[in-house]
Design a protein around this ligand. Structure first.
Ligand SMILES: [Zn+2]
Length: 157
């Protein structure tokens, strides 16, 4: 009986809406999650004016995504380098998908002028993981910071 209960719980937790995963990212997916990503930074004390000129593009690129503080552009790979994106707002990220919201919060940090650091500004992310925590210590561009590349991590920028 205990085994059956456990299996049911496992099925419930891994279930995800078909429309919340994609290999073909669109601007609609970005639009849905952008207000949440932006609010994470505003809640950490960033002025809303910093987000006035943010632009987005979707391409087939070598990285998951990039964020550029000069051009204010966030550029996303179309299929998360072959893994596929999880584009849901809910926290249950499928373990074989890359969480778009986490990547967006990270790139938005670059766009508003921050370098790699801890929490959501780590330069690498696990597939199947949500990390949208804004670091308590934000590192402006130009500050030296070193991390070890780890097997199984996806590089973002
Ligand atoms: Zn980065």
């Amino acid at each position: 009986m205990r085994t059956i209960v456990f299996l049911i719980a496992l099925l419930c937790c891994s279930w995800v809406n078909a429309e919340d995963v994609t290999d073909n990212l669109t601007i609609q997916h970005i639009r849905k999650l952008y207000p949440i990503a932006k609010q994470q930074w505003i809640d950490s004390g960033e002025p809303a004016s910093k987000f006035a000129e943010v632009k987005v593009s979707i391409n087939n690129i070598e990285y998951l995504a990039t964020g550029n503080s000069g051009t204010k552009v966030m550029d996303f790979d179309d299929d998360a380098n072959g893994s596929g994106w999880y584009v849901g707002a809910g926290p249950n990220v499928p373990r074989d998908k890359v969480d778009l919201l986490s990547v967006m919060v990270h790139e938005l940090g670059h766009v508003i002028g921050y370098d790699h650091g801890t929490d959501c500004m780590q330069p690498l992310t696990w597939v199947g993981t949500r990390n949208i925590t804004i670091p308590a210590h934000k590192i402006p561009f130009g500050t030296y910071y070193y991390v070890y590349p780890r097997r199984g991590w996806f590089r973002w920028r």
